[in-house]
Design a binder for this molecule. Structure first.
Ligand code: NAP
Length: 279
């Protein structure tokens, strides 16, 4: 499942939507010096700018206080030029992440992790959805894999990948199993799966003997090693799987494309083109 090609299509579509809307503003907030976060923010900024989005790159130093970050988020919430806000995680240790992500105005929460957006996803009526899970669903759809009636096994239960992708698969009528570090027999769970989403961060944790022949396997986990980037899925899985995302070039590019789509959705929410519930 070629994420690069599909992401390029989605980004081209987003660019047309941005042109139609006239202006879409996205602010990314980067706090501190985490090298991987710097790479992700530059990729997101570049992609947003290429799609015609007015991308604002806001940075605070490593020793920024929680109050400073909250004040910045508050300013961006009130800023009429900004439709969407993304706070890059992880935040430095002195900052309480849930307090910050919970301070983002829900219609502007393009990452879909505010409790209101997570709640709507849980209820089966999603508004903003985290980009990586949304990208997984797009990859399945583009390859004609309908989750309805299928066994889906998600490995990992983070708020940004595992839980939301499990909810999206459930909404698409898969029978979903969620695995995590305390799962007694991971191989036995994965072996039943028609769809596997691996979002762990342990290179090669999904091996060929664990995968049902013909299964669709989405590799989300990403680990930088001396030999380059490694996914959670061992390369030999390609001999068994029906569909497999490459690493890199699979779920990563899709994450960026779906973030841009979320920014367009945020602009539609703010203009009332799409309804966002009020409280
Ligand atoms: P996370 O918050 O660290 O979650 C990892 C999950 O894996 C946890 O739920 C953990 O279980 C589970 N886990 C750990 N060891 C396990 C084991 N031996 N067997 C089964 N489950 C195990 O990470 P995340 O933010 O979800 O990210 C996961 C990976 O995806 C990372 O490598 C990250 O870099 C990558 N990622 C990639 C993209 C992309 O676009 N491709 C986007 C986001 C993240 P517990 O809950 O029990 O601890």
């Amino acid at each position: 499942m070629d994420g690069k090609a599909l992401a390029a299509e989605i980004r081209a579509h987003v660019a047309r939507e941005v042109a139609e809307l006239g202006h879409v503003g996205l602010a990314t907030v980067l706090v501190g010096d985490d090298p991987a976060s710097h790479v992700y923010i530059s990729l997101k900024q570049k992609a947003a700018t290429e799609a015609g989005i007015d991308a604002r790159d806001v940075r605070l130093p490593e020793d920024a206080s929680e109050d400073e970050v909250l004040a910045l988020v508050g300013e961006l919430n009130d800023d009429d030029e900004i439709d969407g806000i993304l706070v890059q995680l992880p935040l430095p240790g002195q900052i309480d992440e849930p307090r910050v992500t919970g301070a983002v105005s829900p219609p502007k929460d393009v990452d879909g992790i505010h409790p209101v957006n997570a709640g709507y996803l849980y209820l089966g009526t999603p508004l903003h959805v985290p980009a990586t899970p949304a990208g997984c669903m797009e990859l399945l759809a583009a390859h004609g894999v309908d989750p309805a009636g299928k066994e889906a096994v998600v490995i990992g239960r983070s708020e940004i990948v595992g839980r939301p992708v499990a909810m999206l698969l459930l909404q698409a009528n898969a029978t979903v199993t969620m695995c995590h570090s305390k799962t007694a027999d991971l191989a036995a769970e994965v072996r039943r799966a028609d769809i596997v989403v691996a979002a762990v961060g342990v290179p090669g944790i999904v091996t060929a003997d664990m995968v049902k022949p013909g299964a669709s396997v989405l590799d989300v986990g990403l680990t930088r090693t001396e030999d380059g980037i490694r996914g959670d899925v061992a390369p030999e899985v390609a001999d068994v799987a029906g569909h497999l995302t490459p690493m890199p070039g699979g779920t990563g590019p899709m994450t960026i494309a779906l973030l841009l789509r979320s920014a367009v959705k945020a602009a539609r929410f703010r203009r009332g083109i799409l309804a966002y519930p009020s409280f």
